[in-house]
Design a protein around this ligand. Structure first.
Ligand SMILES: Cc1cc2nc3c(=O)[nH]c(=O)nc-3n(C[C@H](O)[C@H](O)[C@H](O)COP(=O)(O)OP(=O)(O)OC[C@H]3O[C@@H](n4cnc5c(N)ncnc54)[C@H](O)[C@@H]3O)c2cc1C
Ligand code: FES
Length: 345
């Protein structure tokens, strides 16, 4: 089937198979269609049907609240029933050279390990290698659960054959219930990606500020892995703020300690506890790390005073936490161009 997308600057044409979501078909052919979550909640991928028939895979998607007429639809949830022509309100370019083009890849859960009472680390082996940039995410669909979920990669490597994730259990969440209810190693899954623009390249040549809550730390670990591998912190500063409720919700503290050891004093890692003061043993057990009390954006604001020069900020986590961080950074005169984030909407 032929899809035509009329954007503000030009028209694009691409092919789609009957089961292909229009967004995924366009992105996999290197057309930079608008999206944010890729999974039906943010509304960024909205388009208007001009001709042809569209099938909506999720008529109850929360992102539909941003649609204003019956002809509008979410490209990440809809397939074409034949040739279609649609319109989007934004400028759409082809991918720039060097940008990783997303693709559908088969995966298999190799192992799933609890990091805390409600956070699991997953390794997914891929049938074919996937190239991605530090800070990106993929969409994953598991058997028996309708729809893709976004998960950010923790690891960083070129042509990866394994992706590592941390997944936080959402009370009552369908995939959360599936994942946490019984062992899932050996399950085949569908993966689509990489996606996301909160990417880190060493050529950015700026001090890095990472602020994340809970499983939002995943993409930051990928950024730190790449930066550490390329000795980035011999020249530039790294300030990492990891927000959790209490020490029982914290994880990766040993990984942070090793990174701190490897990268030296230019890398500073602060664990922000929102519901308790740091217990005495925390500092004793992790002398390389710093601990503080408060919401992660408040802790970052306090500790970053006078340290914003030449900073590129990376944020991740639930939308209210990301919004609070963006407000704080704008007030601190960090330019919008230097604030990168993916909301876990
Ligand atoms: C960019 C991005 C990165 C993310 N990274 C991470 C991460 O690294 N770790 C992490 O723990 N979480 C991450 N999330 C959140 C994650 O994708 C899930 O929302 C979360 O795991 C809860 O899933 P659930 O199925 O348990 O909850 P549910 O509330 O059952 O579902 C959550 C989401 O699944 C999709 N969905 C539900 N039903 C349908 C349906 N019928 N058809 C189609 N889609 C449906 C929707 O997107 C919905 O918002 C990320 C989200 C985004 C957008
Ligand atoms: S990208 Fe489609 S709703 Fe977010």
């Amino acid at each position: 089937m032929k899809i035509q997308v009329n954007a503000r600057n030009r028209a694009h044409q691409f092919d789609a198979a009957p089961a292909d979501k229009i967004l995924y078909a366009g992105l996999s052919q290197a057309i930079a269609l608008p999206y944010e979550c890729g999974s039906g909640t943010c509304g960024t991928c909205k388009a208007r049907r001009l001709s042809g028939d569209i099938e909506d895979g999720w008529p109850e998607a929360p992102g539909r609240k941003y649609l204003k007429s019956p002809d509008e639809f979410l490209m990440c949830q809809c397939t074409a029933r034949g040739d279609v022509s649609v319109e989007v309100a934004s400028f759409v370019q082809e991918f720039e050279p060097g940008v990783c083009v997303p693709a559908a890849v088969e995966g298999r859960i190799r192992d799933a390990t609890l990091l805390t009472h409600d956070v699991m680390q997953l390794h997914i082996d891929l049938a074919t290698p996937l190239e991605f940039d530090a800070g990106q995410f993929v969409l994953v669909q598991v058997p028996g659960i309708v729809g893709f979920r976004g998960w950010s990669m923790v690891n960083y490597e070129r042509n990866a054959l394994t992706l590592v994730f941390v997944v936080k259990k959402k009370p009552g969440g369908q995939l959360s219930d599936w994942l946490f209810s019984q062992p899932r190693a050996g399950t085949d899954v569908e993966v689509f990606g990489p996606l996301g623009r909160a990417t880190f390249y060493p050529s950015v040549a700026r001090n890095i500020l990472c602020i994340a809550g809970g499983s939002g730390i995943a993409g930051m670990m990928s950024i730190l892995a790449r930066a550490a591998r390329e000795n980035y912190f011999t020249e530039y500063r790294g300030d990492v703020f990891f927000g959790v409720r209490s020490m029982k919700d914290a994880f990766f503290l040993d990984v942070f300690s090793r990174l701190r050891e490897q990268c030296g004093e230019k890398l500073r890692v602060t664990i922000a506890l929102s519901e308790e003061g740091p217990p005495a043993c925390a500092q004793a057990d992790h002398p390389q790390l710093e601990f503080d009390t408060g919401f992660v954006h408040d802790v970052a604001e306090r500790r970053m005073k006078g340290r914003y020069e030449g900073v590129r900020a990376y944020l991740a986590g639930p939308p209210p936490a990301v919004d609070a961080c963006v407000r704080m950074l704008l007030m601190s005169r960090v330019s919008t161009d230097n604030i990168r984030y993916d909301k876990f909407s």
